[in-house]
Design a binder for this molecule. Structure first.
Ligand SMILES: [Zn+2]
Length: 242
């Protein structure tokens, strides 16, 4: 007899997951739309509640749906973003398979290109957004998370402006990983970020000067790199990873 593999009951839920996932990807169910109820799915797939629940759970883990409670509760389709990539990056970093050294090297490579493209894509609306984000960086706050978020907002605008979603998909997890390290270690504010550095980048972008923007970004990342690399040990200690 050929070497067959025994079928496990959990395989049923995998095939249900695959069908539902496909329906989401081809937009039979659009973001924010609710999937059919557990009862309906049980009937449609002629499977038990346990199996259907397992299928929904794995869609949730995959980031395709989120479960809402209450009278309008159920599995709602999520708009696909880069969250899963971010989670993978953070896991790899925690496992010691990625380092801050590599993180800043990758950011240097990507972000110099991103701001160059941003300079080429500058419009009055983008210029306005950049000025506003820069001004918001200056507003004093005692809330570290809020401060970090506002500082990164400018970087996220550069990313949106570049118009290449692959760059965005690679860069967003790198930014979020940086954010994670800063939020866990909580260094003094000026230690990580000098506000004048963003100003120089924004000026160059608004002037549509690709080279100057890339240079200013390289400067910014090199300064930040030294400070950030020093935080890695602290981060690992705080997370109980060493
Ligand atoms: Zn920055």
């Amino acid at each position: 007899m050929p070497k067959f593999t025994p079928v496990k009951p959990s395989r049923f839920s995998d095939t249900i997951t695959a069908q539902l996932k496909n329906a989401i990807l081809i937009r039979d169910y659009k973001p924010d739309e609710k999937l059919p109820s557990e009862k309906e799915l049980t009937e449609t797939f002629q499977a038990s509640r346990v199996v259907v629940r397992e299928a929904i759970r794995s869609l949730e883990l995959g980031g395709f749906v989120s479960i809402r409670q209450g009278p309008y509760g159920g599995a709602y389709v999520r708009r696909l973003g880069y969250d899963r990539l971010t989670e993978h990056f953070i896991d790899l970093f925690m496992a010691g398979e990625l380092s801050v050294q590599e993180l800043v090297q990758a950011r240097l490579f990507l972000e110099t290109e991103v701001v160059c493209l941003a300079a080429q894509n500058i419009t009055d609306e983008w210029a306005e957004k950049l000025r506003k984000a820069l001004a918001e960086e200056q507003i004093p706050t005692k809330n570290q998370a809020d401060w970090v978020r506002r500082n990164m907002a400018t970087d996220f605008i550069f990313m949106e402006m570049c118009g290449n979603r692959f760059y965005a998909a690679m860069l967003e997890p790198l930014m979020k990983l940086t954010q994670e390290i800063v939020l866990v270690v909580k260094p003094r504010r000026t230690v990580i970020h000098d506000p004048r550095e963003h100003q120089a980048i924004v000026d160059a972008i608004i002037n549509g000067n690709c080279e100057l923007a890339a240079q200013a970004m390289a400067n910014h990342i090199r300064h930040m790199a030294e400070r950030l690399i020093n935080l890695e040990g602290d981060y690992r200690k705080r997370k109980g990873l060493v």
